[in-house]
Design a protein around this ligand. Structure first.
Ligand code: B12
Ligand code: SF4
Ligand code: SF4
Length: 294
């Protein structure tokens, strides 16, 4: 693709690039089949007021898209001031049915497939982010994938860890889904997903915001008809008050591996921790936006 072609329809070409990257990647493989289905892609205006609101909703440490762009190019010594327009690119990587089915059978530790998707899938997501930034730079644009920079970090808050760049908040601004009782992000392809985001100085048409609130896709917030994720969580980290990140983190980072060992099932698992995600399968929001019973 050349710069002229790109300028004619940047939204289409970026979405196509992300989708083809995942679908065709030789690394998108798990036991002979794909790890992720075709991605969903959305865009937001970097000047959407919601990014300023995130400083109140998440914390002052959460970067706006423009702050992220500036941080990267200041560090590179290539900053020439804020561009006229900037945009956020956000994507959803849906986890395949085979992996979801394998996790449905579990009650205390993740399946091997889910564990591999956590680690190998995130490595692929990181590669996609970096290659997308490199491609945009080749086309003469400025771009950054905030999560994969040396200025990305987590802040410990009393409620648990919080990132200075949240993919899901980028995805919400790009109209890709909403949050939920379990804290997971529910999209048209469900909650069993991974996601990613980047910022660029290209003026992109924002995707429509289809949702009435930031929790619109969750049945609990619609009419309290569902609490399935609460029942799936082995440590009670999800209650009607929401998701206790500290309880979840303690289980995910520490206790789950001890349980795996005691079950004699460590063979083949990878990564610093296992992943869990039990609250994201065998739930009505697993693979789509759940429908209210009429
Ligand atoms: C820190 C972290 C964790 C921590 C804390 C989780 C958390 N929810 O913050 C721990 C270790 C516990 C964790 C666990 C898991 N994680 Co994690 N984690 C992250 C990470 C690195 C940062 C998240 C963050 O700090 N967000 C900012 C905080 C402050 O957001 P928040 O509290 O969720 O947001 C709330 C408020 O904003 C609030 N709100 C209030 N008012 C308003 C108003 C508006 C307008 C809006 C929009 C919101 C809002 O609603 C939100 C939901 O309650 C992200 C990657 C990234 N950089 O985004 C992955 C990420 C969130 N994790 C992910 C996954 C998959 C998992 C696990 C399933 C483990 C696994 N890999 O298998 C579990 C699931 C736990 C759960 N029930 O959600 C996925 C999300 C998938 C999804 N469907 O949501 C992410 C995005 C990684 C990725 N690349 O895909 N994780
Ligand atoms: S399982 Fe039910 S209550 Fe939990 S996040 Fe999904 S729709 Fe909401
Ligand atoms: S990731 Fe595991 S521990 Fe955390 S809320 Fe979901 S089921 Fe509970």
């Amino acid at each position: 693709m050349n710069a002229e072609e790109f300028k004619k329809n940047p939204e289409l070409l970026i979405a196509k690039t992300i989708k083809e990257y995942i679908v065709n990647s030789p690394k998108n493989v798990l036991d002979g089949g794909p790890m992720f289905d075709e991605p969903m892609v959305g865009f937001a205006d970097a000047d959407d007021p919601i990014f300023q609101e995130y400083k109140k909703i998440i914390g002052d440490f959460h970067m706006t898209p423009r702050e992220a762009l500036e941080s990267r190019y200041q560090r590179l010594g290539k900053w020439s001031g804020q561009p006229q327009r900037a945009s956020v690119i956000a994507w959803i990587l849906p986890i395949t049915q085979d992996t979801r089915l394998s996790l449905r059978k579990e009650t205390i530790v993740p399946s091997l497939r889910w564990n591999h998707t956590r680690w190998h899938g995130e490595a692929l997501n990181q590669e996609l982010s970096k290659d997308l930034v490199a491609l945009l730079e080749q086309l003469g644009c400025q771009a950054v994938a905030p999560m994969y920079t040396d200025f990305w970090h987590e802040v410990q808050t009393p409620q648990g860890p919080a990132s200075n760049w949240s993919h899901r908040h980028a995805c919400f601004a790009a109209g890709l889904g909403t949050f939920s009782l379990s804290d997971g992000f529910i999209t048209e392809k469900g909650i069993a997903i991974r996601c990613g985001s980047a910022v660029c100085d290209v003026p992109l048409a924002p995707s429509p915001m289809k949702y009435a609130s930031h929790v619109a896709n969750c049945l609990y917030y619609q009419d309290k008809s569902c609490r399935r994720c609460m029942e799936r969580c082995p440590v009670g980290a999800i209650t009607e008050q929401g998701h206790d990140k500290n309880k979840c983190m303690d289980f995910v980072f520490v206790k789950q591996r001890e349980i795996l060992k005691s079950l004699g099932r460590e063979t083949g698992y990878v990564g610093r921790y296992l992943g869990c995600g039990l609250c994201q399968t065998k739930v009505p929001c697993e693979a789509g936006i759940p429908k209210k019973k009429s």
